[in-house]
Design a protein around this ligand. Structure first.
Ligand code: SAH
Length: 489
């Protein structure tokens, strides 16, 4: 299976990525595994990079001390609760919802407010990634991640018959790093590049701005009086637009959708088995109103009647009876429904990469603040909340939404990147780099495809890089007309 996939990806790698030898990406982003000064351990010499392919500005190359941890690999015990002296705006808001509702709110409602409340949600007003942020993701680990996703997108575009106009949609683009690497990596494929209309689905105005800058965007007037404008990314010359939901992305064109670490940010309901049956875990305020606490619903809730019942129908009796807790994500179900309908009517396909499993998720919701696990209820809005992704539910939802799509995977990230040729890519990059860059490339490569703790690590144990190769999974939903996407054959 993987040999066939590689034989289709290789022409792309050798025509552009390999032969042209795009240099290793510079900047501290690739060196965030440990407490390091990136100036000494890895900032590459920019002089070896062709000017147009170096995506970092000199400011971002300044030495930076960074501590970074991949959020799914953390295993610290929760920190002790500490009481903020005064309630934040978000805490006041959550307490007022509970007060006026006259009872507790669901974990899903809490998670949605904490992450995306338009005034004070975790993602809304700041850059939460990398050094000084709360966590890092694969695009930050290595440029090869976005490049390989680009190879996947180009292969799919070829399977789609190389349409002259295609929507490339990214859901939750973070800092825009994946899209920059995808566009830079595919820049030699002019027909693909020319076909692209890029759409970024991002709820955070602050991150929209970060993405705009990362993609070197410029606004162009579309008529003489400059009353309307379109935005162009100078990385590829493509038009680019921002939306806060997928629904707002114009339909009618064949579409390629990428969702990397997006589903894990969607709010989950939590259910717990009790003597009276499955109850929903809810969030209330303590009697003295000083802090939040979990309570169990006394009766079945709407979510348990609708979503838990629906999800359990897709599971075996044994799978359900073995669990004391179940998480269900209705927003993931809705989103998958929308993706499947759009892919079915407009053609194209979607790629979903995230951590999770191909089955029911038990009790996975976690909070991370500045690279450490913390209590979910502690100082909401100051820590990231995320939950493992239920890939089986995505498959069932897509298949239920439309007969016009087929669902492939999940396969592990290691299989996905390996089949698309990451081994060739790392070898090519290693031909043209300094020893420091080589070390960073090898570590980044291992981090993306490796499993467990890095065997070569000789730094402090608590900073040992953890491989993401088997914990992250890739799934694809495509229009049936295109056949099976690589590398899911
Ligand atoms: N894909 C990026 C970032 C993942 S973090 C990466 O891999 O680095 C999640 C991203 O989704 C952030 O950009 C966040 O602001 C955005 N986001 C979270 N919930 C969202 C929602 N409901 N609608 C739109 N964007 C959302």
């Amino acid at each position: 299976m993987f040999r066939r996939a590689l034989s289709r990806a290789l022409p792309l790698l050798s025509n552009g990525l390999l032969r042209e030898g795009i240099g290793p990406r510079c900047g501290p982003a690739s060196f965030r595994f440990s407490l390091t000064s990136s100036s000494s351990s890895g900032t590459p010499d920019p002089s070896i990079l062709p000017e147009e392919e170096s995506r970092e500005d000199p400011e971002s190359r300044k030495p930076a001390i960074s501590i970074s941890i991949d959020r799914s690999g953390l295993h610290n015990p929760p920190e002790h609760l500490h009481e903020p002296h005064t309630d934040s705006e978000l805490v006041k808001h959550l307490k007022s919802i509970i007060k006026f509702r006259g009872g507790p709110i669901s974990v899903a409602e809490y998670m949605e407010e904490v992450l995306t409340n338009p005034h004070s949600g975790f993602y809304i007003n700041r850059d939460v990634f990398g050094a000084g942020g709360d966590f890092i993701t694969s695009p930050d680990v290595s440029q090869m991640f976005g490049e390989m996703v680009g190879v996947w997108a180009m292969c799919l575009w070829e399977q789609m018959g190389q349409p002259g106009n295609v929507n490339l949609v990214e859901l939750g683009p973070g800092r825009g790093t994946l899209m920059v690497d995808l566009l830079r990596g595919s820049s030699k494929f002019s027909n693909f590049k020319k076909a692209l209309n890029i759409h970024m689905v991002e709820c955070s105005p602050a991150l929209q701005k970060v993405q705009y800058d990362a993609l070197k965007c410029m606004d162009e007037a579309t008529n003489d009086d400059s009353s309307s404008k379109k935005t162009i990314s100078m990385v590829s010359g493509s038009s680019i637009a921002w939306h806060s939901t997928l629904e707002q992305v114009p339909s009618g064109l064949p579409t390629i959708i990428i969702a990397h670490e997006f589903y894990d940010a969607l709010p989950v309901h939590q259910f717990q088995k009790a003597s009276r049956g499955w109850c929903e875990k809810m969030i209330d305020v303590s009697e003295d109103s000083s802090k939040f606490r979990f309570v169990l619903s006394p009766h079945p809730t709407t979510a348990s009647l609708l979503y838990l019942t629906k999800r359990c129908k897709w599971a075996s009796r044994e799978e359900v009876t073995n669990l004391e807790h179940i998480e269900v994500c209705p927003k993931a179900m809705e989103l998958t429904h929308q993706i499947a309908e759009r892919i079915s009517s407009d053609g194209g396909g979607a790629l979903i990469i995230d951590y999770g499993k191909d089955g029911l998720i038990s009790d996975s919701l976690q909070a991370i603040r500045q690279h450490k696990f913390v209590d979910i209820l502690d100082d909401p809005g100051s820590a990231d909340l995320s939950a493992h992704v239920d890939f089986a539910s995505i498959r069932h939802c897509a298949e239920e939404a439309s007969d016009g799509v087929s669902v492939h995977g999940p396969i592990t990230q290691s299989q996905f990147l390996g089949s698309l040729g990451i081994n060739f890519r790392v070898e090519a990059l290693l031909q043209n780099c300094t020893e420091e860059q080589a070390e960073s490339l090898r570590t980044g490569y291992w981090r993306l495809v490796g499993d467990g703790e890095a065997p070569f690590w000789d730094g402090p144990n608590d900073l040992t890089p953890i491989g993401m190769g088997t914990r992250y999974l890739a799934m694809s939903i495509v229009n049936k007309k295109q056949g099976i996407p690589i590398p899911f054959e």
